[in-house]
Design a protein around this ligand. Structure first.
Ligand SMILES: [Zn+2]
Length: 499
């Protein structure tokens, strides 16, 4: 490992970053890192405060005694990291320091950790905050007109619980700079909110008596899947939607008796696999196969290029012992409902080209003993549209005529993008003046801590930024060394301009 001091300005950043890689900080185990930050701050004479969920704030008040236009600015990062390692590596995240090394890729120098995540997400944020604190203290930086809150949250990676359960009195300010982004040429100014619900459909199954019925299984596989937010506009096939489309068409053309539907796993992933089992009379089997031979190519063509490995297979189950089916009435209603269930992008942002505004992921279906369970995840950039979509879904469930109970399992606000906010305008200008190029301003279709902050402090303007980090959440995670200085330079220029 070379000397971190050779990594460029500011050396304080690299010293702190190195210290942090020696401190265990997997999500929900932030005690040691919080103590370290608190001690560093108190050593320099700064006040600290910790709320009930154990977020930490360090206060650096303006050096002016009184009056004037002091402006509150919050610099924020999260203390936890994703702890992932390669299988062949022996590493105990609860005690072992990370083993740092530099690598060169495409003539760029990167810092990485041997066999584990690096924790640049969000160690870089912590190191920037501490470097600023140190340099204000030793007098080499001066932001006279700013009241700075250095805000460190817990448990971002697992469930955003530090942000969602924060004490609303912990921070204050006109602006918040979130240091948890990973591309130095683009800043994020908004993100989608979400609502995930689980539905239970009550039903009764009965035994079949006709000896001429045969059990048939139809399976969907080979799909990419992906993140239900950021990949929702990539025309990736949803295994449950493809399956229920085929089942609806079979149900309309043949006398099939449905035994079960299964598919999907996580609500934040596009389902990659699904299958259904149904019974059909032996005499109808050939006709059904011919029907599917005509149908399947028509479906596959919809995913040419985006999900070319889509596989739809159908086969007889020889020794299938579960001879139960739904009533025909229940089956018709259920199959209609799933066929009508919306999925994918519902609307696009009116001014930001290509940005998904509202979306839905038909995520999970399970057949249980006396009920069908399914889960749906929705996202939107505005609360209004998120609620509107939910109203429509509830109506759809009601008009299905089925006996359905729903329960909301996740609910979080959006961070509505304001493309011409004062902070966005200043940031664009400062970036242009500093690097002589335009920064990209974006909103994303996934959840961030800023969603909660913007919900709790609607008048606080926010932006999310950070240096280039690739391979996040995996042992390939690496931090671009040059990029650290670039964002440092920008941060100082921005803070000067906010004063
Ligand atoms: Zn992060």
């Amino acid at each position: 490992m070379e000397d971190l001091k050779d990594f460029g300005e500011p050396s304080e950043f690299w010293q702190y970053f190195y210290e942090i890689t020696k401190i265990p900080r997997c999500s929900t185990h932030e005690d040691k890192i919080r103590e370290y930050i608190r001690e560093e701050a108190e050593k320099l004479g700064y006040q600290t405060e910790i709320d009930a969920i154990k977020n930490l704030v360090v206060r650096i008040p303006s050096s002016r005694d009184s009056g004037g236009n002091k402006i509150g600015v919050v610099l924020q990062s999260h203390m936890d990291m994703v702890c992932e390692k390669n299988e062949n590596i022996h590493h105990d995240f609860s005690i072992d320091p990370l083993k740092l090394k530099t690598i060169e890729i495409d003539n760029e120098k990167w810092l990485t950790a041997e066999g584990t995540t690096l924790g640049a997400d969000n160690g870089v944020g912590i190191a920037y905050q501490l470097a600023i604190m140190k340099k204000i203290h030793d007098g080499s930086l001066n932001f006279d007109d700013l009241d700075l809150d250095l805000f460190f949250t817990v448990d971002e990676e697992r469930g955003l619980s530090g942000a969602s359960q924060m004490d609303k009195n912990l921070i204050s300010g006109k602006y918040l700079l979130n240091l948890d982004s990973e591309e130095d040429d683009r800043f994020t100014i908004g993100c989608a909110g979400g609502r995930v619900f689980r539905a239970e459909v009550n039903c009764e199954k009965k035994l079949i008596s006709n000896p001429n019925l045969r059990a048939v299984k139809i399976s969907i596989s080979g799909l990419f899947g992906g993140h239900s937010g950021t990949d929702i506009n990539k025309n990736r096939g949803n295994a449950l939607k493809i399956l229920t489309e085929i089942i609806w068409k079979l149900n309309s053309n043949f006398n099939i008796l449905l035994n079960s539907l299964e598919g999907g796993n996580l609500t934040n992933a596009i389902p990659r696999e699904a299958h259904a089992i149904f019974f059909i009379e032996q005499s109808q089997k050939n006709e059904l196969e011919t029907f599917l031979e005509d149908l399947i190519p028509k479906i596959k063509i919809l995913y040419e290029g985006t999900d070319s490995n889509l596989n739809i297979s159908i086969y007889l189950l020889k020794d299938f012992t579960d001879k139960t089916t739904f009533s025909k009435d229940f089956q018709n209603k259920l199959v209609d409902l799933f066929y009508l269930m919306p999925n994918g992008p519902i609307s696009l942002h009116p001014t930001s080209v290509g940005l998904v505004h509202t979306s839905l992921n038909f995520a999970v279906v399970h057949t249980l003993e006396n009920k069908i369970e399914f889960k749906v995840s929705t996202r939107s950039l505005t609360q209004y549209d998120k609620d509107t979509l939910f109203e429509k879904l509830k109506l759809l469930l009601k008009t299905s005529g089925l006996d359905i109970n729903i329960e909301i399992i996740t609910l979080y606000p959006s961070w509505p993008p304001i493309f011409d906010s004062k902070l966005t305008e200043i940031s664009k200008q400062v970036y242009k003046n500093t690097f002589n190029e335009d920064v990209i301003i974006q909103a994303i279709h996934a959840g961030l801590e800023c969603a909660f902050f913007s919900h709790y402090y609607p008048d606080m303007e926010m932006i999310s930024l950070g240096p280039d980090v690739l391979g996040g959440h995996s042992p390939d995670e690496r931090l671009n060394i040059r990029s650290v200085s670039k964002i440092w330079k920008f941060l100082l220029a921005l803070l000067k301009n906010l004063a």
